[in-house]
Design a protein around this ligand. Structure first.
Ligand code: PMP
Length: 403
């Protein structure tokens, strides 16, 4: 077999479908968010980023940067080992305590990314409970799906946010079998929100554990930024609340929070925790500062919601259709992968606006979109420039307008 040829043909297939990934070569400029330099073979150009998951711009907040500089000077670059072997730094300990407090839980456990926290926790919990059945929302993130697959447990997929379907799937199961319901708070691509209280009720009826991914909600919702479960006063009804340090908190890393016993169990059995080097102390220090800041300050959250509402209103006025949802994620639907890529290229090349096209398998075929994420740092002029650009492109390519 000619392996090189084989791999090339697979890549050509992606190109034909318009979903071959091209990464924008960006240089983020500390203090200038949402502006970044875009590097191309013909040079460097300033662009406005409209698709970052640094939702609040905390990745460039002066307090976060100062904390990272200080920790770097005190502790050096790396953690020096896995958490078990020399790698537990005092910043990790402080950060875990802060995260437990943020979610009103007894304990927390850090991982190197939200992706790792999902797959390793789900696979560990489920695989270590003989006969466990996982109930999974059909739109769960790839990292959760990987964890479930890796557990080799039976998985029943329930219709998205459909409590009746979840209840009926649970009713079919052996009453005594261990069960784990895995779902998200804010769904990353559609931006809709789970009926968390209702899911917890069904979990109680059927004696199931609950696992909630709050990756797109922590820092952004709730009086202290503890996410949707914090906003709705539901933290203590969830077995595990999982999150990331890489989105609203602006740094990198993932975590779970739960009871002492659950966190201790995962700490003791999860290979993705045990056998991987710990996060650099400076990263933990930056995340700690970011979380503390957002616990005390609602200003960023309020301004964020204001920017989202302003963008939605202006898109409506311009007739540019977007999914109506109750979150900060503004999906502008194109529904064609090639066109979606073309529009993204035009935004970048002609207008200096960067919005990555979102294609299959991140979203279902036929639902290709521009996933727009306003931040507190986007000005009225930025919003106007984006809406004008989209409006002009919509007229050019003949995309349907809302009435
Ligand atoms: N869960 C969800 C819902 C996500 O969207 C993502 C990342 N996009 C992750 C988990 C993984 O988080 P991280 O980027 O920290 O690996």
């Amino acid at each position: 077999m000619n392996y090189e040829d084989y791999f090339r043909r697979q890549l050509d297939g992606l190109r034909r479908e318009g979903r071959y990934r091209v990464f924008a070569d960006l240089e983020r400029k500390a203090g200038a968010f949402p502006r970044a330099a875009h590097h191309t073979p013909s040079g460097e150009r300033e662009v406005t980023v409209w698709c970052s998951n640094d939702y609040l711009g905390m990745g460039q907040h002066p307090k976060v940067l100062a904390a990272m500089h200080e920790a770097l000077d005190r502790c050096g670059a790396g953690a020096g080992g896995t958490r078990n072997i020399a790698g537990t730094n005092h910043y990790h300990v402080l950060l875990e305590a802060e995260l437990a407090d943020l979610h009103g839980k007894q304990a927390a456990l850090l991982f190197n990314s939200g992706y790792v926290s999902n797959w390793t926790t789900l696979s560990t919990l489920a695989s270590r409970m003989p006969g466990c059945v996982i109930l999974s929302d059909e739109l769960n993130h790839a990292s959760m799906i990987e964890g479930m697959k890796h557990s080799r447990c039976a998985t029943r997929v329930f219709r998205h946010n459909d409590v009746a379907d979840l209840r009926s799937k649970l009713s079919d199961l052996d009453r005594d079998a261990p069960k784990l319901i895995a779902f998200e708070a804010v769904y990353s691509m559609d931006g809709d929100i789970a009926p968390i209280a209702d899911i917890c009720d069904v979990a109680d009826e059927h004696g199931a554990l609950t696992y909630l991914d709050e990756v797109h909600a922590t820092g952004l919702y709730g009086p202290r930024g503890g996410g949707i479960s914090d906003r709705e006063g539901l933290s203590d009804r969830l077995t595990v609340i999982e999150g990331t340090l890489a989105k609203a908190f602006g740094v990198i890393g993932g975590y779970i929070t739960g009871s002492h016993t659950v966190c201790d169990f995962v700490r003791s059995f999860a290979s993705g925790f045990i056998f991987s080097s710990a996060l650099p102390p400076a990263v933990a220090a930056g995340a700690l500062t970011s979380i503390r800041h957002l616990k005390a300050s609602s200003h960023e959250r309020e301004r964020h919601q204001d920017r989202v509402a302003t963008l939605r209103r202006k898109l409506d006025q311009a007739g540019v259709q977007h999914l109506d949802n109750p979150s900060h994620i503004v999906p502008v639907m194109v529904r064609d992968p090639v066109l979606c890529k073309e529009i993204s290229d035009t935004l970048l090349d002609r207008y200096g606006i960067y919005v990555q096209p979102i294609n299959y398998p991140t979203v279902a075929r036929g639902t290709e979109r521009l996933r727009i994420t306003p931040s507190p740092l986007h000005s009225d002029a930025d919003i106007d420039a984006l809406v004008t650009a989209l409006s002009e492109i919509w007229a050019e390519v003949g995309l349907a307008r809302a009435a």
